[in-house]
Design a protein around this ligand. Structure first.
Ligand code: HEC
Length: 157
């Protein structure tokens, strides 16, 4: 019975979301990184699209449009050496991350809250990150996220 009232709210963000990507793409080349069209062998396009959508609406606020972060505040995702430890990355997103960390030789001591997404969405956004911003590629599956979630926060310090 509520569907008629709710329907526009479901549809319009999607339409706005699509329209909103055009200026992003045409602005391209900022810092020489192509955010708009990551190429990933064997990764479904829909997964990357979903990942990009989550990145743009959530992660970008802190890690910035090209994943370059903000010096001294938000660490870069672009060519981040932290990404090499996939389990640690998943853990950071599922349970949050705080305290001193070193990314590409620079220290950060901030707080990232747990990302409010399910396993599938976290897999999508992390796969997007691994395949964007000059990063080397790779993928994160919902099963990998589920396993880290199940192991619990204490499994990694
Ligand atoms: C509210 C700001 C904020 C948001 C939103 C946020 N992060 Fe973070 N992120 C941080 C901070 C701050 C750190 C470093 C925490 C520390 O110093 O211990 C971090 C660290 C990381 C790291 C590990 C270090 C690195 O740079 O490689 C990864 C990977 C990461 N974030 C990915 C993401 C992804 C993907 C999203 C979106 C799903 C996201 N973050 C959303 C603030 C944020």
């Amino acid at each position: 019975m509520h569907w008629r009232a709710i329907f526009p709210f479901l549809v319009f963000p999607v339409l706005l979301g699509c329209g909103g990507e055009k200026p992003e793409q045409s602005r391209g080349g900022e810092q020489g990184t192509n955010v708009a069209s990551p190429v990933a062998a064997g990764v479904p396009a829909t997964m990357l699209q979903r990942g990009k959508q989550i990145y743009e609406s959530y992660c970008r606020t802190c890690h910035q449009a090209n994943g370059q972060g903000i010096p001294g505040m938000y660490p870069p995702l672009a060519k981040s050496d932290f990404l090499q430890d996939k389990r640690r990355v998943i853990h950071a997103l599922v349970f949050g991350l705080s305290g001193s960390i070193t990314v590409n030789g620079k220290q950060f001591n901030g707080v990232m809250p747990p990302a409010p997404y399910n396993d599938e969405d976290l897999a999508a956004v992390l796969t997007y990150v691994y395949n964007s911003f000059g990063n080397p590629g790779g993928s994160v599956t919902p099963e990998e996220v589920a396993a880290v979630r199940k192991a619990g926060k204490q499994a990694l310090q």
